[in-house]
Design a protein around this ligand. Structure first.
Ligand code: 5AD
Ligand code: SF4
Length: 440
């Protein structure tokens, strides 16, 4: 196989994968490859995979098959294929054996991607699913050009071992990046065009520096970077919500009033079987403390319906919890058995039609609350960070502090912060108007 000249990265799953995908693209570019004008015709395709739910592995194999079939249809040589991300970590050499891909690289080893690609070009499959002690971050090129909103991984891995979850196996143990490396990368992102940075981690609020200082200290430091207007962070665990971080929501203006705090279930028996190590009550008390610090905070969550053994009454407890919190938005999923996790072998797996029904009812409740949250925002004046052009002439799209999509008519540049009055709300977005204007 000849050395590839063009590349495309296709990321699936979470925001951390989006971040990893960007860093892999930067690595390939630093190695002299250019992004393919048409990703479907790239010499090298990196599939940056997700293993969290559903038939992730099968999907990767069918994607690989499709890439090859499409190339054959065009009479082109099949692209070099690199499988990265959590399926690469979980499946390892099995992917090389079964699909004859050229490169398999895990989430903690992708700094070696250029070397693995060179190896593959020389005719030998490149495989690296190590989780080195010396982290990949020190080997990645500097950030150069990003949009107005950027992700920054500050913490990776998880030690919580919820019984349904593959993350502790695919991403490894909880590791915090160093304070200095994060501050440097944040400054580079701002120099490269970012106005908003979202700090990422599987348990981002467990981030700690060498001296035991927590995420609030990092946020207070980033707040002083000139040009950085907004800071967000995700995903948090209820048990790691320290008072310092809650206080930062009261004190730090650039820290946006939004908190993604997964709860998964409203039943204490299910939470115990999930090994969540919190109860519905301790979760609600955290939320009370957060709201006491920042009364307008928008809350988001993750839910799993149909965990093994979940009864109708236990599901009703989840609906009750949703009613008690009033989420601004949330994600909900049907339980999906993950190979190698304890819950996959539990008795009383729930029938698919029962899961479908519960998911529908949960989503109806969450949608109702999201629409109510949006409706309650009408009349507020807030800043909107412009992210892109809309479909209509003169229309721009951006985000409110509460992470709502806002569209407005105006002559703004991407990356502008515009003060608007929210004048109309739909279930998924709002309309903003410049104060003093009659029409939106
Ligand atoms: N099945 C369904 N949903 C899951 N999640 C994690 N593992 C599973 C699983 N096996 C959901 C959780 C988590 C989110 C990222 O994905 O809600 O918070
Ligand atoms: Fe998975 Fe639980 Fe860790 Fe979240 S806290 S990544 S759900 S094991």
């Amino acid at each position: 196989m000849t050395a590839p000249k063009t590349f495309a990265v296709k990321s699936f799953g979470c925001q951390m994968n989006v971040y990893d995908g960007e860093r892999m693209a930067e690595l390939m570019a630093a190695d002299g490859l250019v992004p393919a004008a048409d990703p479907a015709h790239a010499d090298l395709v990196v599939l940056n995979t997700c293993h969290i739910r559903e038939r992730a592995t099968e999907k990767v194999y069918s994607d690989i098959g499709r890439l090859r079939k499409d190339a054959a249809k065009r009479g082109a040589v099949a692209p070099m294929i690199a499988v990265a991300g959590c399926v690469a970590q979980a499946e390892g050499a099995e992917i090389v054996r079964r699909a004859k891909v050229d490169v398999v690289v895990g989430p903690q080893a992708y700094h070696n991607l250029p070397a693995l690609v060179a190896k593959a070009a020389a005719g030998e499959a490149g495989l690296d699913t190590d989780m080195p002690v010396d982290s990949k971050f020190g080997h990645l090129p500097a950030r150069r050009r990003v949009g107005p909103t950027a992700f920054l991984t500050v913490q990776e891995g998880c030690d919580k071992f919820c019984t349904y979850c593959v993350v502790p196996y695919t991403r490894g143990a909880e590791v915090s990046r160093s304070f200095a490396a994060i501050v440097d990368e944040a400054k580079a992102l701002v120099d490269a065009g970012a106005r908003e940075i979202t700090l990422l981690g599987q348990n981002v609020n467990a981030w700690e520096d060498e001296d035991g200082r927590g995420l609030d200290h990092l946020i207070r430091t980033l707040d002083r970077i000139p040009g950085l207007a907004r800071i967000r962070y995700t995903t948090s665990h209820p048990n790691d919500m320290r008072q310092g971080l809650i206080d930062a929501h009261r004190d730090v203006e650039s820290l946006m009033p939004f908190l993604h705090l997964p709860v998964q279930s409203g039943s204490d028996r299910v939470l115990k079987a999930m090994n969540r190590s919190h109860t519905t009550d301790s979760y609600l008390r955290v939320i009370d403390r957060v709201r006491a610090a920042r009364s307008d905070i928008a809350l988001s969550g993750d839910f799993i319906v149909g965990f093994p053994g979940e009864t109708e009454a236990e599901f009703a407890d989840t609906l009750r919890l949703v009613g008690a919190v009033g989420y601004a938005q949330a994600f909900s999923f049907k339980y999906s058995p993950r190979p190698g996790t304890p819950a996959a072998d539990m008795a009383d797996q729930i029938a698919p039609d029962v899961m479908d029904d519960r998911l529908q009812r949960l989503q109806a409740a969450l949608n109702r609350d999201q629409a109510a949250f949006n409706a309650a925002a009408v009349g507020r004046t807030c800043d909107v960070l412009i992210e892109r052009k809309g479909k209509l002439p003169g229309q721009m799209l951006g985000k409110s502090p509460w992470l709502q999509s806002v569209h407005l008519i105006g002559n703004h540049a991407i990356g502008d912060l515009v003060t608007v009055e929210l004048v109309e709300a739909g279930p998924n977005s709002l309309t903003g108007r410049m104060p003093g204007r009659i029409a939106a």
